[in-house]
Ligand binder design. Sequence first.
Ligand SMILES: Cc1cc2nc3c(=O)[nH]c(=O)nc-3n(C[C@H](O)[C@H](O)[C@H](O)COP(=O)(O)OP(=O)(O)OC[C@H]3O[C@@H](n4cnc5c(N)ncnc54)[C@H](O)[C@@H]3O)c2cc1C
Length: 426
Amino acid sequence: MSSEDGSKAGTDLASEVVSWLEANWDPALSVEEWWRLVGRAGWSAPHLSVEEGGRGLPRSADRQVRALFASHGALRPPGGLGLLMAAPTILRHGTPDQIERHVPPILEGRLAWCQLFSEPGAGSDLAGLSTRAVRDGEKWVITGQKVWSSMAREADYGMLLARTNPDVPKHAGISWFAFPLDQPGVTIRPLREMTGEALFNEVFLDGAICDHADLIGGENNGWAVTQTTLFFERTGIGAGGNHAGFPNPGPKGGALGRLAGEAAKDVPPGNNKVVSFGDLTELAQRMGKNDDPQIRQKLARLWSYIQIGNWNVRRGKAEAKAGGGASVASIGKLSQTRIMKLSAEVALDILGPAGMVTGESGVDHGRFVDAFVFAPASSIYGGTDEIQRNIAAERTLGLPRDHRPDKDVSFSEALRHQQARRSGRA
Ligand SMILES: Cc1cc2nc3c(=O)[nH]c(=O)nc-3n(C[C@H](O)[C@H](O)[C@H](O)COP(=O)(O)OP(=O)(O)OC[C@H]3O[C@@H](n4cnc5c(N)ncnc54)[C@H](O)[C@@H]3O)c2cc1C
């Protein structure tokens, strides 16, 4: 697409969004009513096809639409992990019944989701997870522990990975469940991070129940389904997607009953975590640092990273169209991590000693300091930098695969070996 075509498409999208908002935005509606309208009109995920509940627009339209809603003074479409990962996963792997039951509530912000993948013994080696699901008629009984589960306290459903067959190699015995969190077998405890917030949780599953009808993508086929979830997580992060969503979707988020016009005025806390290039040039001017050669050099480096990141997003789109793209998703995620960290670092360089003041007394209510303490997390969530580099090395550069001694051994056998090694018996 030429830049002329691109800007025409941008203008067409802007006029389409604005005329829809002029006809529909009503600050007197409740958030629930407004999000229902927005979701049914396809604005929550405009990059999905019309049949899937979107508007068949490019991936980048999502951010543009949200910005247009905000500049019109309207409450943005719902966000959150359900929209980022669960909806596209279920759309790709679910049955028509599963899609019908799970996707519209996500697009309309009626229910919130979290991701129940990581465990105390399974992060980078996600396929080594040991949460167990045992079938009992039309139900699965689930026991185990998840950790680092962002927003689990506010969620209604979890994208849960559990082992459904321990007698096959680890990747082959996992299933992906749309798991209801509000039940007696589930205990959720908050974990406080270095930011001072408790986005994280640990989730204990003790005989928790999931209907067989909510096993997505086929029994023991969870690893293939997980690749879709991770692809959307990484491309979403690579495209600078907003994880948390604002206000939080679902009944526990506390926004559904509020007036949409009131909720539209809230300042998104997510803004605290992301420092844009425009924020930095404005800050440099305000602090009288725009002539400082060191700052200028870092800003120029950051600008180059951002341009490379944008080209990478385009490359990812082209490769995804051709049926590939997993390694580009990894490179995109690495690129976004580098941008996030350098942006926060430059902000603190510009602030100088003022960057040591946190909270309300800090510059712009301490948002740059908040971004700085959150930035290291970007190297970890969605798969660590090292893992993204492994994927890029193996799938893009064609380097030899990482050593995988347990590849052809059943999970239970590998576990026995591991336990024996730990106890000194092997
Ligand atoms: C802000 C944030 C939000 C998160 N949200 C969620 C969530 O909602 N749901 C969820 O399930 N998880 C979540 N996570 C967890 C995240 O996915 C894991 O932390 C991550 O996958 C790493 O796993 P780990 O912490 O067990 O580290 P480990 O896997 O133990 O890794 C430790 C170190 O070893 C390195 N390493 C491990 N294996 C290799 C290898 N093969 N080659 C090279 N280096 C290697 C890693 O890169 C890392 O530096 C979140 C994490 C963060 C920081």
